[in-house]
Every structure is written in structure tokens, then in C-alpha cells.
Design a protein around this ligand. Structure first.
Ligand code: F6R
Length: 258
């Protein structure tokens, strides 16, 4: 049996996103004090969007050395062209990479940011290359995570194994439905597959920050926090085996916690 984590509960998303941005900034500054570089593991989607906006605001007023910052993304649809406005590559460019380069022109996202290539001709090979690249960068210092309504982390859908690595996966219908809002509401436009970091890859991060907002996540939060043991049926339960995870929930997401 694993001990249930103790979540930090915020009044609403505004407070959650501000605190998450502050934590990232804090970890980045601490790493710089140790004269090291900082690798931020990035999620995409509704939950981290405001966090990145708030982080950019903080860095605008107190710029750090952005040459020592790298970002590693969790996942990308497959197949998708990086220039497609719906690709996570494009989303990252708009939401974080270009704003960071505006603050510090030395932040070169061509060299300092990676995301699986949704246009790679051989997705298995791309997955292997991606794992090697993360390792070559010394691993992720702080991994930001959101949670799917079905308990997925990254695109590790229910049934994913604890020892899974970066690979090509098939998205569930519920995940495609949930993400249709990013494709103008058209579920048929949501790609059927993705390249995602595996559970084992995610658990190798030195620290993890899980952010969950909204009443649509209340049921899955209840299930996760009631689980006695990690189970592939709810991939997020594997996070309970990690020694350094923080859970930031807003009151709506926490409304059904046991
Ligand atoms: C996105 C990702 C997904 C999302 C999850 C929650 O890179 O890996 O696991 O974090 O689907 O998405 P939102 O935040 O849109 O509810």
C-alpha cells in the first residue's frame, strides 16, 4: 500500500497557475545558484497554459540566465506537421518558446527545446532518439504534468505499464473527445496516435509538479486519491511511487477528494 499524497489546494485556477509559475521560477533560480543548467519538463493543454504565461511575466521582471534553461516536452500528436497550428510544437512556440526568446534573445529554442517529431518517418526510431536526447541532457529537473479525465499522464492511456518508455501510442476516444476543443470542436480532426514519454521516462524526473483544475477532473482525482496501490488502469497512480511529487489542485478539482 502506498501513502496518499497530500495535495495543496488553491481557491481557483488563478491562484494555482501563479503558485506553479513561482515554483518553476524558484527551482530555476536555485539551480542557477548551484551553477548548473535547468531542464524543465513541459506539458501542453489548458492547465499549463496560464502557468507559462505567468512564468514569462515573472522572468520579464527578474530575468535569469535563459541560456541555462532547456525544455523537454512530454508528447506530440502523430502524424502531424510541426507547422500545423494544432501541433504541440506550434503550441509551445506560441506559449513559451517565443516569449522566452523575447525576454532573452540568447534563448535559442532550436537548440534548447525538444519535443517528439510528429512528422518523423519512423515513429519508433524517433521515440528511441527522444529517450537518448533526454538522457544526454542529464534528465528532467522538474516535470510539469496535467491529468486526463481518464487518469492518463502525458499520453499514457489506461493500460500503460509502469516500465513503459517513449513510444507511439493510440489515443482513446475519450482523450480525442476531450481534445477536440483544440481542433475547433471537430473530433475527427484530432490525430489518432501520438508519441509520448513513457511512465518510466516520466518517473525518472527529479521532481514532479502535477496540476489539476476544474470540476471535470473531480471524479478522477477521487479515484486517484482513493487508490491503495498503483494500477495501470489509472496511470496517474504510478506517481505515488515517486519520492518528490507535489499535487496542486484547485477547489473544484479537489471537491470530491476522500
Ligand atoms: C499534454 C498531456 C496531457 C494533458 C492532459 C490534461 O501534453 O500530456 O496528458 O496534460 O490531457 O490536459 P488539460 O490540461 O488540457 O486538461
Amino acid at each position: 500500500m502506498v501513502a496518499s499524497p497530500i495535495p495543496t489546494i488553491f481557491f481557483g485556477y488563478a491562484e494555482l497557475r501563479a503558485a506553479a509559475a513561482e515554483l518553476i521560477n524558484q527551482r530555476f533560480s536555485d539551480t542557477l545558484l548551484q551553477k548548473k543548467s535547468f531542464v524543465l519538463g513541459c506539458a501542453t493543454g489548458s492547465t499549463p497554459e496560464g502557468v507559462y504565461t505567468d512564468l514569462v511575466k515573472i522572468l520579464q521582471t527578474q530575468p535569469l540566465d535563459e541560456t541555462r534553461l532547456s525544455t523537454v516536452n512530454l508528447d506530440e500528436y502523430y502524424p502531424i506537421q510541426r507547422t500545423n497550428p494544432h501541433s504541440y510544437h506550434n503550441w509551445m512556440l506560441r506559449t513559451l518558446w517565443k516569449p522566452l526568446a523575447t525576454i532573452d534573445a540568447r534563448f535559442d529554442y532550436h537548440d534548447q527545446a525538444i519535443i517528439p517529431m510528429g512528422e518523423a518517418p519512423d515513429p519508433q526510431r524517433e521515440a528511441k532518439r527522444y529517450e537518448q536526447k533526454i538522457r544526454a541532457w542529464g534528465g528532467v529537473d522538474l516535470q510539469i504534468l496535467g491529468i486526463g479525465e481518464n487518469g492518463h499522464i502525458a499520453f499514457n492511456e489506461p493500460g500503460s505499464a509502469k516500465d513503459s518508455r517513449t513510444r507511439l501510442v493510440t489515443l482513446t476516444d475519450s482523450t480525442r473527445q476531450a481534445n477536440a476543443k483544440f481542433f475547433g470542436g471537430d473530433v475527427s480532426a484530432v490525430p489518432k496516435q501520438a508519441i509520448t514519454m513513457g511512465i518510466a521516462t516520466i518517473l525518472e524526473a527529479k521532481e514532479i509538479l502535477v496540476m489539476v483544475s476544474g470540476k471535470q477532473k473531480a471524479d478522477i482525482m477521487k479515484k486517484i486519491f482513493s487508490s491503495q496501490e498503483p494500477t495501470p488502469d489509472i496511470p496517474a497512480t504510478f506517481l505515488m511511487t515517486h519520492p518528490r511529487v507535489q499535487w496542486y489542485l484547485d477547489a473544484a478539482a479537489a471537491s470530491r477528494l476522500p
